[in-house]
Design a protein around this ligand. Structure first.
Ligand SMILES: Nc1ncnc2c1ncn2[C@@H]1O[C@H](COP(=O)(O)OP(=O)(O)OP(=O)(O)O)[C@@H](O)[C@H]1O
Ligand SMILES: [Mg+2]
Length: 408
């Protein structure tokens, strides 16, 4: 039976007690009064003021007092009873001491709410990931009452963490699969310097056998051997880089060089399938901030797709054009276009979805990975059909020095 004698406020309180969201009612009258004084003194930049007077924030943590909490709040802080939480607010800021300052700044500046993802230290020592929201009163509301709600977001963050790890593993698996696909090209690329090493070595031995020891000639041949051995070792290193477990490592790098290097991976495919690969590189040599291996992964995936599109189409000479340029907005763009069959209008929206593929043996992960990588760099990737036929993919990566963007 409902309690017919309860007042409106009591009913409302009982409801709040049982809300599943952890709630705090806070009485901030005392700091409010001090804040008013500061305002009268003419302080405008409250953040700077609090930075210069850290005691002010520390003092507020002890004078602003929790007046009421609900059951969910007790559970969230692993407390025994509400009274454990009904005391100065200092305990709310143990894991993130600066949060108190940000709350005061928001209050002083007349904001209605402050919402942040942060951490709290529960009474049993557990650090909880939370979404902290505070709502400040405005006249004619009760000015002494501030509401704080705290939501435990650890399960969500854990899921996100697992998802990120899964994505990284997935991307690595795909990179290794790409390497497998490129085996012929890579073998071809390595066998060239090896052949050169063998023939230079043999020539050198012949010179030595003649007995007229032409040191200069032998030195020339030996230095060619060294150059070619370095080249083979570079290629192997690059493959290792692609197969390795890899955290995102962004550094300034020469975009044209990185793209050119990525093109090497499909060199053999292009030669053996009579595809003409042309480049139009930005003459200003843009420097971008990117993870070299991942940037190259994107270019390689796009190139493989173009080669596959051209092979499927057959007919006239296949063309792939790779361009780099600065887009005027602090980004460099890289485009890979081909004169293949293009993408069906209805598929343009879906090509970046995981597992979307129109190929018999396609997994449909190439472009999904490209999108993840480009997004992690703060750029964008788009698919379009070229007016003259064929598909074109354009993606952007941030320039190291956006100030030079207007240079060319
Ligand atoms: N250059 C292109 N020309 C025409 N269609 C393309 C081109 N690039 C991608 N597509 C379309 O987008 C789809 C998705 O490409 P994505 O690279 O994600 O997967 P996939 O190439 O099919 O398989 P995977 O890359 O996993 O081996 C392709 O199946 C194809 O339909
Ligand atoms: Mg693909």
């Amino acid at each position: 039976m409902p309690d017919r004698t309860a007042t409106g406020e009591e009913k409302y309180r009982s409801l709040i007690q049982h809300l599943p969201t952890a709630l705090w009612q806070v009485d901030s009258r005392r700091t409010g009064a001090v804040m008013d004084l500061i305002r009268v003194e003419g302080v405008r930049d409250i953040a700077a003021f609090l930075d210069a007077n850290p005691d002010f924030v520390e003092n507020a943590k002890d004078t602003v007092v929790v007046s009421e909490v609900n059951i969910a709040a007790v559970a969230l802080f692993r407390a025994k009873r509400p009274n454990d939480l009904i005391r100065p607010v200092r305990y709310l800021f143990e894991a993130d001491p600066d949060l108190a300052k940000r709350v005061m700044v928001a209050h002083y500046n007349g904001e209605r709410n402050l919402i942040e993802e942060t951490r709290m230290l529960a009474f049993d020592g557990t650090v909880i990931d939370v979404r902290f929201s505070v709502t400040f009163p405005r006249p004619p509301e009760q000015l002494d009452t501030t509401f704080i709600s705290i939501q435990d977001i650890s399960p969500r963050l854990n899921t996100e963490r697992q998802l990120r790890k899964l994505q990284a593993d997935f991307a690595r698996a795909a990179r290794i699969a790409t390497l497998g696909e490129l085996a012929t090209s890579i073998a071809h690329e390595i066998s060239q310097p090896l052949t050169a090493i063998v023939s230079n070595g043999e020539a050198s031995l012949r010179w030595l056998a003649r007995g007229d020891h032409d040191c200069e000639k032998v030195a020339q041949l030996t230095s060619k051997i060294v150059t070619n051995a370095r080249r083979a070792s570079d290629i192997i290193q690059r493959m290792r880089g692609m197969a390795a477990k890899h955290e995102l490592e962004r550094h300034p790098l020469d975009l044209n060089d990185a793209v050119q290097e990525a093109m090497m991976f499909i060199g053999h495919d292009v030669e053996s399938k009579t595809i003409v690969l042309t480049t139009a590189f930005d003459a200003g040599r843009p420097t971008v901030v990117a993870d070299r291996v991942q940037l190259q992964q994107v270019v390689i995936n796009l190139l493989i797709n173009s080669v596959q599109a051209l092979v499927r189409r057959g007919g006239e000479c296949g063309r792939i054009e790779v361009r780099t340029s600065r887009d005027g907005g602090g980004f460099a763009s890289i485009s890979v276009g081909d004169n293949g069959p293009g993408i069906a209008e209805a598929d343009l929206e879906r090509v970046f979805d995981s597992f979307f593929s129109t190929k018999e043996s396609g997994l449909g992960v190439g472009l999904a990975i490209c999108q993840t990588i480009v997004a992690a760099h703060g750029g964008e990737i788009r698919a379009a059909n070229r007016p003259q036929g064929g598909a074109q993919f354009v993606f952007t990566v941030p320039l190291a020095d956006p100030g030079l963007d207007q240079a060319s």
